[in-house]
Design a protein around this ligand. Structure first.
Ligand code: SF4
Ligand code: SF4
Length: 353
């Protein structure tokens, strides 16, 4: 359906949603900046115990800023997710920012007058953590959804049809073979009429290993059109595999990279490796959770000590709450998993390993 300006209705709707997302991002960003600055200022100011007299005013300010900070980060999270959908790096950066806010009580006391018992300071920390939690939840959901959708598309489609040069318009056979991680003649793009006269099929080999096949070598198709007989014996059939000496090995490899048959093989490879990566991370977490928690705790403790050393404070007086340590480990795992999946996608579909 078109609007009076001749624009498609979905286009108008998409522009409108982009505008709303931009407003959420910019207004939310400014509001988060101001309310966050007030909260941090309160922490610094009230961290000095001599300022305890102003606690009531500070508590009022914190009470006002707490919902503003959380709502503005919600707006930033929603706006940036909409505008940068498909750019997982943006969600990963937002996740790191959320973690920095959530773990603020771990490191900020080292730069202020140290751990404080002032109520306004505690509430200000809690307000910053609430904001970090809101942003963290949106980032985790958005990151996992985007990675999930991308992985699902890769599992279903593999590479896009427009990045193929060989066999681009070829449809899957109706009477298709589909052996998971099979040889070329066991995949859905092997056409029956070519297969019956194909030396690669009769020799029980794989075209991408031989670097010659039905999508790239006209001799294979010619043989099928001319109904050229192929010996049933695998060794004799192998002698009939056409060899192209005009191209280098690298050129032939490049052909395979752009071929529908090889990309189907890569898609299946990805389909097999994807659960392996997921299982690897789940198993790693389950098996090494205790030592990893210990390592994370001691890392946080050492950072504490270094910063305390720099600020002449008493080293190691801060206790690290277990929920912080576990949260830090989980966030680290989610980011590592997302990047491992991106690396897997790159290795299988770009490098075609
Ligand atoms: S080269 Fe082509 S026709 Fe021959 S077996 Fe492989 S996919 Fe089938
Ligand atoms: S380009 Fe590679 S994968 Fe495609 S048919 Fe030729 S040898 Fe097989």
């Amino acid at each position: 359906m078109s609007t009076p300006g001749g624009r498609d209705l979905t286009e108008v709707l998409s522009d409108f949603l982009s505008l709303c997302a931009r407003i959420l991002l910019y207004v939310g960003g400014v509001a988060a900046g101001i309310s966050g600055a007030v909260l941090i200022f309160t922490i610094f100011k009230m961290g000095d115990s001599s300022a305890a007299a102003g606690t009531a005013d500070a508590l009022r300010n914190v009470g006002l800023m707490q919902p503003i900070f959380a709502i503005s980060l919600l707006a930033v999270g929603i706006g940036s997710t909409y505008l940068f959908w498909g750019e997982e790096a943006v969600s990963a950066v937002a996740l790191v920012l959320a973690a920095a806010l959530f773990f603020l009580p771990l490191y900020l006391p080292l730069m202020t007058a140290g751990p404080d018992t002032n109520e306004a300071v505690r509430k200000a920390y809690a307000a910053v953590q609430d904001g970090g939690t809101v942003l963290g939840i949106i980032s985790i959901v958005s990151l996992l959804t985007q990675v999930g959708i991308k992985s699902r598309d890769r599992v279903k489609v593999g590479v896009k049809a427009d990045s193929l040069k060989y066999g681009k318009g070829v449809k899957e056979e109706t009477e298709k073979n589909n052996v998971f991680l099979g040889k070329c003649w066991q995949l859905p793009y092997c056409r029956k009429f070519v297969r019956e006269r194909c030396p690669i099929y009769h020799s029980r080999r794989t075209c991408w290993r031989e670097q010659t096949g039905c999508m790239c070598e006209e001799e294979v198709i010619k043989g099928a059109m001319e109904n050229r007989p192929i010996p049933k014996d695998a060794l004799l059939a192998a002698n009939m595999i056409p060899r192209n000496n005009r191209l280098t090995v690298d050129q032939k490899r490049e052909r395979c990279r752009n071929c529908v048959i090889y990309n189907e093989h890569q898609r299946q490879k990805y389909q097999a490796l994807l659960p392996t990566v997921l299982i690897f991370y789940v198993a790693l977490y389950a098996l090494l959770r205790t030592p990893l928690l210990e390592a994370t705790k001691s890392m946080v403790f050492n950072v504490n000590r270094v910063i305390y050393g720099l600020s002449y404070g008493a080293a190691g007086t801060n206790q690290v709450p277990p929920v912080f340590v576990e949260g830090l480990l989980v966030v680290t795992f989610i980011v590592m998993l997302s990047y491992s999946l991106k690396m897997l996608e790159y290795a299988v579909f770009k490098l075609k390993l």
